[in-house]
Design a protein around this ligand. Structure first.
Ligand code: FAD
Length: 418
């Protein structure tokens, strides 16, 4: 049965834009729209409490923070985030500190994703009076190839199907969402890459053991430390794909982290209770183009990049800036002065050029993640040739100023143009 004709459907509603998904991408689009006075509805399958506690990313690039700030979305972040100016590689049993701020004058912000989501929800609902509906079920997108698209869902309170007619749909529903499924198969392609490795992703109730991100390049596998807050630290351990987190006891995790991150003179790792332990099957994908008719995808709904270089949320934000601004320019041309002169990401592309403008940065970040993956995992590939070239790449970062500058630019996402 056509859900638009469901017998249990109350009167349809209308909004200029329906945003599907309240992650960093969807909430940023929603906030940009509300600031310009565009009426929109954000639909989210989870509860507010859940999304405000879901830990994921933490490293945000400086350009993204500036772009959030220009849209009035970075007040808490600027007050509370840590500034990181360096990272450290550990290989050959030694510490090799890489000070990217010295090379570029730029830094990273470290602010847990769930805090950013909390800020964005509060701003959208409490300050900008935005309409957000949590806990919705069975979201379906209709007629995006016509001038009258709509989105339907089951309301968690009444159990009734609700239809919202709109001018545009922003598909911001992440890697497991539904919006990209309505793209006509003959009009898009999905480019996918599997690394053939797993990462055990861990959150420890422990302060970081170093003041920066650590990359342990070890013959038994990669290990990483990503500070999140003074109380919580994220760690990663390379493991066989499909490995079961249950195989990794507290003792085994900490023994392996200590071994792979060992370096002469380095302080002992600070152990703590493991509050998250999940297996990541490392892969990337890119959907091209990121739009069809009146549906525009943003963030993980359109492209996934394994957390190798901490790029996913940054790309989601970049898409959201371009999409939010382009929708405002289209729907409220008089309100465009609002972001005039601001950092619109990679140019004022409009809705027409949205997909192409996003994809330039997406592919650049994908390529960097591939490169960095070889560095992380080459020592453990069991091939002397790859181990040798990995070490050569690592040494070059510390012997060639040009190679170091190129790495710093990519790591910070700081190129002049993409
Ligand atoms: P999401 O955050 O996934 O948001 C999508 C939202 O849509 C969710 O709230 C979901 O509940 C909702 N949804 C799903 N289906 C539907 C539906 N049918 N209808 C309505 N709503 C729906 N990135 C970085 O930049 N830096 C990092 O340091 C970093 N570290 C990471 C560490 C880990 C362990 C992981 C897993 C990821 C990390 N990332 C990092 C990636 C980053 O978390 C994602 O790229 C980011 O969350 C993408 O944002 P998004 O808004 O596109 O999607």
């Amino acid at each position: 049965m056509n859900p638009l004709e469901h017998p249990n459907t109350p009167a349809p509603q209308r909004a200029s834009v329906v945003v599907v998904g309240a992650g960093p991408a969807g909430l940023t689009v929603g906030n940009i729209l509300r600031r310009a006075g565009v009426d929109c509805v954000v639909l989210e399958t989870e509860t507010r409490e859940f999304i405000e506690r879901r830990p994921r990313a933490g490293v945000i690039e400086e350009w993204a923070v500036r772009a959030l700030e220009q849209r009035g979305l970075a007040e808490n972040l600027l007050r509370k985030a840590q500034r990181h100016t360096a990272c450290e590689f550990r290989f050959d049993g030694r510490q090799h500190r890489f000070s990217y701020q010295e090379l570029t004058g730029r830094h990273h912000f470290v602010y847990p994703q769930h805090l950013l989501v909390t800020d964005l929800v509060r701003e959208y609902t409490d300050v900008r009076d935005g309409d957000i509906r949590f806990g919705v079920r069975d979201v379906q997108v209709h007629n995006v190839d016509t001038g009258r698209p709509s989105v339907s869902y089951t309301c968690p309170q009444s159990g009734q199907r609700q239809v919202v007619h709109c001018d545009f749909v922003a598909g911001c529903d992440g890697a497991r969402g539904v919006t990209r499924r309505v793209l006509p198969p003959e009009q898009y392609r999905v480019a996918r890459h599997d690394y053939g490795i797993g990462w055990l992703s861990l959150l420890a109730e422990a302060p970081p053991s170093a003041d920066c991100v650590l990359f342990g390049v070890h013959e038994d596998g990669f290990a990483g430390q990503m500070p999140r807050s003074p109380e919580v630290t994220r760690y990663y351990l390379q493991c066989p794909p499909g490995d079961d987190p249950a195989n990794w006891s507290h003792e085994r995790v900490w023994a392996e982290l200590r071994r792979r991150l060992a370096a002469a003179g380095a302080p002992e790792l600070v152990e703590g209770r493991l509050i998250e332990k999940r297996m990541l099957d490392m892969h990337d994908y890119v959907v091209e183009p990121m739009a069809s008719g009146r549906l525009f995808l943003a963030g993980d709904a359109a492209h996934l990049v394994a957390p190798i270089a901490a790029k996913g949320m940054n790309l989601a934000l970049h898409d959201a800036f371009l999409l939010g601004d382009a929708l405002v320019a289209h729907l409220m041309p008089d309100a465009c002065g609002d972001t005039a002169g601001s950092d619109r990401g990679d140019g004022d592309s409009g809705l027409e050029g949205y997909s192409e403008a996003c994809l330039r940065r997406v592919w650049d970040y994908q390529e960097f993640s591939q490169w960095l993956s070889d560095v992380y995992h080459g020592q453990a590939a069991g091939e002397p040739y790859r181990a040798g070239t990995t070490l050569a790449r690592l040494r070059r970062l510390f012997t060639s100023p040009l190679a170091a500058a190129a790495f710093a630019e990519q790591y910070l996402g700081a190129a002049e143009r993409y």
